[in-house]
Design a protein around this ligand. Structure first.
Ligand code: SF4
Length: 388
């Protein structure tokens, strides 16, 4: 299978998200030096959305566009940004063997002391472990290995050219030994073929045995060419299941699927993962890195508000209630003054004046302030779970 590189010089490298993406990767920025990926997983959302622009999505794994000035741009843009988490990943591919742009970008991240979160499928990540350890000492690094399942049949069907799962788990072990927080992202969970309790529990256990300290799980999204290819892969694996997938995604032949599985299915999966994680002593979210400083309490309180949105989703709560917590989380996360100081000066009434924070959420925030204040403000930034 041919592989071509096309070099170009974009005008910028760092994407700034409108809000931190709690309660998922907790990142505010993303930066990727390559567009396209040699692994070519059938379900990769980068095939389906706006990521490829106008190019043919079928060239996703044969034509890799290379941002040849990535390091230079990073050096220019990063010092102008607030110190928030940058998410990057899936960069360990043939393009990196040749260009080493990700390594150059990591050096800039280290130089400027930014925290970093990596989402990766390749064990080759360990070749940059020296730099990751240094970044972790200066600020913080978290790594999540994407592993949908331990079942070789699923790997062959949906991601035939990605690196082997056992090698990923070995790399996880090495990363954990180096003192970096690492876990597994069970994304995507494949409906009806990879979502049984046994399947999921095997992966939770393998994560734990490999030194992983958290699990994150998410469903399969379906869009455009990516959806067609993923369904074709399922058809090759087990044609009898096509109808069930079509039913789940409300996808009539000739029509379009819904983007994500229905809320009830996602909540059922989330609760199952939560139960399995509890059984084996792992959290089902990534504990948030808390930057030491005067706004550390805000970051932790916002984390709690974001986590509440996830709990509510699993409970099947009304979307208006979920949105109320989400908006309050954004408010607290983006506030330039400490909520603890507001509370000390004006009491709960001061919290209630904040945008999108009504009386009942203000009551919760006031209660949390009392419990996080002493512990969290002194956080050393190792991302350890809250003691409150
Ligand atoms: S390794 Fe990651 S980026 Fe590459 S195709 Fe697979 S899911 Fe997409």
């Amino acid at each position: 299978m041919k592989l071509e590189f096309e070099e170009y010089r974009p005008r910028k490298i760092i994407n700034v998200h409108k809000h931190v993406d709690g309660p998922w990767f907790w990142s505010k920025y993303s930066a990727h030096p390559y567009v396209g990926c040699r692994s070519g997983c059938e379900f990769c959302y980068s095939r389906g959305g706006h990521y490829l622009g106008s190019r043919d999505p079928d060239t996703f794994d044969t034509l890799i566009r290379v941002k040849i000035n990535a390091v230079e741009l990073m050096r220019k843009e990063l010092p102008r940004k607030e110190k928030e988490i940058i998410v990057a990943g899936d960069w360990q591919q043939p393009a990196e063997d040749r260009y080493r742009l990700s390594r150059g970008m990591l050096e800039v991240v280290l130089e400027h002391g930014f925290p970093l979160f990596i989402v990766e499928r390749s064990p080759l990540l360990t070749r940059d472990l020296d730099l990751l350890v240094d970044i972790n000492k200066r600020s913080w690094v978290g790594v999540v290995y994407s592993i949908s399942s331990l079942d070789p049949a699923l790997k062959r069907a949906f991601e035939p050219r990605s690196p082997g799962v056992k090698r990923r788990l070995k790399a996880m072990e090495e990363i954990a030994r180096s003192g970096i927080r690492v876990g597994t992202s069970m994304m995507p969970i494949f409906p009806y073929v990879g979502d049984s309790e046994d399947h999921l529990e095997d992966l939770v256990l393998a994560t734990k045995d490999s030194g992983g300290s958290f699990i994150l799980a998410g469903g399969l999204t379906m869009q455009g060419v990516q959806a067609e290819r993923t369904l074709a892969a399922l058809r090759n694996l087990d044609p009898a299941l096509e109808g069930r997938w079509r039913g789940l995604y409300h996808w009539r032949p000739g029509g379009k699927p819904i983007y994500a599985p229905p809320d009830a299915y996602s909540a059922r999966m989330g609760l199952l993962i939560r139960e399995l994680c509890a059984r084996h002593g792992l959290p089902d979210r990534i504990p948030r890195y808390i930057q030491p400083g005067p706004l550390a309490t805000n970051t932790r309180i916002a984390e709690k508000l974001f986590l509440k949105t996830y709990d509510l989703e699993l409970e099947g709560a009304r979307s208006s209630k979920i949105w109320a917590y989400r908006k309050a989380a954004w408010t607290v996360d983006e506030l330039s003054e400490s909520v603890a100081e507001i509370h000390e000066r004006e009491g709960q009434a001061g919290l209630e004046k904040l945008p999108s924070v009504g009386r009942s959420i203000a009551t919760e925030i006031a209660r949390w302030i009392g419990s996080v204040d002493k512990v969290e403000v002194k956080s050393t930034g190792n991302g350890a779970p809250s003691k409150s």
